[in-house]
Write a protein that binds this ligand. Structure first.
Ligand code: N01
Length: 477
């Protein structure tokens, strides 16, 4: 967003960041084996290629390095204000400005307010009886303690999502015992990873258009994964194949069957790893499927009464994904004093995950229902950035001060999305972090990404109200 603002000659902006540096996910997540599960030539900006990716799926530190280099290349750092956590944002209708306050008490004014805060950044700490009294080491996967040596330790890992399936196989060879606590098994497919050959790197660098061509191929290969998403019976057939792969990789029949999900593949995010299932053939790794009853000072007791001695507990338990929870202490007020926490009381809703009715010139990147399970999120972000810039231009063009998406346009948009959602694999009965407690999917985009790109290419002006300061209520309609 910042780079594209600059490219348009809009240099009068600032970035508020609660942490000490840029990078977000790739600054925070540094656990062993951490890597992106989208190939890096696709998981990078279309306008800033990187010919130096070492592997198809780059490890976290290469992605973070890429983000740091891109920040430097476009001279973005001078716009950043670190250690500034936003605590409130209130729209002042009289002056057409957002008034932003950070935890340090500094107040900022701006015409446009863009939330690029990301949906997965507040670690989910499970509410398990006794966890607070545990005397050993405890940390979350997104807050990995690299000073703590796991060698020879008895380790319990809770959760079997994308993070845990990456770090467990890395730490298994060095620990004395690894107990993997699984609540719901994940479908894990093979990862077609390898280092790039020198000739490929040379081609990316020197053959014009080669990297672009490679990117197109990756885009469409990923995009083909929407077929099973929109065709649950195809997903069911795929599940049979994936089941066979588990049996093939895990020697013990009972463990293999406990690792096999009972929901259709794709309903929860499909994970990829070549190391996860074979890890269970190790003598020092145990899959624990009984629920955790209680954590004692130095052990974990499961529902069957068994007690396991533990030195360290790693929480691979994911993130707080419901904005109504992670925005609990963040006051966001729009027109006529309406508060987003109240408006989103029943459900987090937006228009193309970008604008929200009642909140003028508030823009979001990866807002509700613009996340993905099958392709690169960078693609969606770039489409949203372009859209926001077009909105800014539309305001200037009309000599308006702000624009607000209409209530009925947002309602119609979401009714349509939720109708489509019912036909997808996400509605086949599993419980995932894509959903609220009532089952409503507020996280992902239920169409192809190229459709998102196409639908956001131009603004549907009739879906917005443009306002000039000083206009009467009547004129605004
Ligand atoms: O978190 P998750 P993550 N007791 O929410 C379990 C993506 N990602 O950090 O399924 C016991 O996926 C929970 O169990 P259940 C990743 O794909 C991307 O792994 O709710 N267990 C689940 O098994 C995902 O989209 C990359 O029954 C508890 C696990 O913890 C997102 O990031 C790499 C529990 C949480 O899994 C987050 O992944 C890594 C409890 N109280 C991750 N609470 C890329 O490459 C939760 N669980 C882009």
């Amino acid at each position: 967003m910042a780079i594209q603002l600059k490219e348009q000659g809009k240099n009068n902006f600032f970035i508020l960041e609660k942490s000490h540096d840029v990078g977000g996910t790739w600054r925070d997540n540094s656990y062993p084996g951490c890597a992106c599960d989208v190939q890096s030539h696709m998981y990078s900006f279309s306008f800033s290629p990187n010919n130096h990716w070492s592997k198809r799926y780059a490890p976290w530190h290469e992605i973070q390095q890429y983000l740091l280099e891109t920040t430097a290349k476009y001279d973005i750092r001078k716009h950043c204000q670190f250690h500034q956590e936003v605590v409130s944002a209130v729209f002042n209708e009289n002056i057409g400005e957002w008034v932003i306050k950070t935890h340090t008490g500094i107040i900022y004014h701006c015409k446009h307010f863009i939330l690029a805060s990301g949906p997965l950044h507040v670690p989910e700490i499970p509410n398990i009886k006794g966890l607070k009294n545990f005397q050993g080491k405890v940390f979350h996967s997104a807050q990995w303690d690299h000073d703590y040596d796991l060698t020879g330790k008895n380790v319990a890992s809770i959760g079997t999502g994308g993070s845990a399936i990456q770090y467990c196989p890395e730490i298994a060879p060095k620990v004395n015992q690894l107990d993997v606590f699984q609540r719901t098994p994940a479908w894990v497919l093979p990862r077609d990873d390898r280092k790039y050959w020198r000739v490929e790197k040379t081609a990316f660098k020197h053959i014009p258009g080669w990297r672009k061509l490679h990117r197109y191929r990756l885009y469409w290969t990923n995009e083909a994964r929407v077929w099973p998403i929109f065709n649950p019976s195809l997903a069911k057939s795929l599940s049979m194949l994936a089941k066979g792969l588990i049996r093939f990789q895990v020697k013990d029949k009972v463990t293999a069957s406990r690792l096999t999900p009972n929901y259709t593949i794709g309903c929860k995010r499909i994970l990829i790893s070549n190391k996860y299932y074979p890890m269970f053939n190790r003598k020092n790794v145990e899959l624990v499927t009984e629920g955790i009853k209680e954590i004692k000072e130095n052990s974990i007791i499961t529902a069957d009464g068994k007690e396991r001695a533990v030195d360290c507990i790693i929480l691979g338990t994911g993130f707080v994904v419901d904005p109504r929870i992670y925005m609990r202490d963040f006051e966001l007020k729009g027109l006529e004093g309406r508060d987003l926490r109240t408006d989103w009381k029943d459900c987090a809703e937006a228009y193309y995950g970008t604008s929200v009715a009642g909140y003028p010139n508030l823009w979001m990147l990866i807002g509700p229902n613009s996340g993905l399970g099958h392709n690169s999120i960078i693609f969606m972000i770039e489409a949203q950035v372009k859209y926001i810039l077009n909105c800014m231009k539309a305001i200037e063009h009309r000599q308006s001060d702000y624009m607000t998406v209409k209530e009925d346009a947002q309602l119609q948009f979401n009714t349509h999305l939720q109708k489509l959602m019912k036909q997808t694999v996400w509605s086949t009965g599993c419980k995932s972090w894509y959903q609220q407690e009532d089952g409503r999917n507020i996280a992902v985009w239920p169409k192809s990404t190229w459709k998102f790109w196409l639908e956001t290419l131009n603004i549907k002006v009739s879906d917005y109200v443009f306002t000039q300061l000083g206009q009467s209520q009547e004129q605004r309609k």
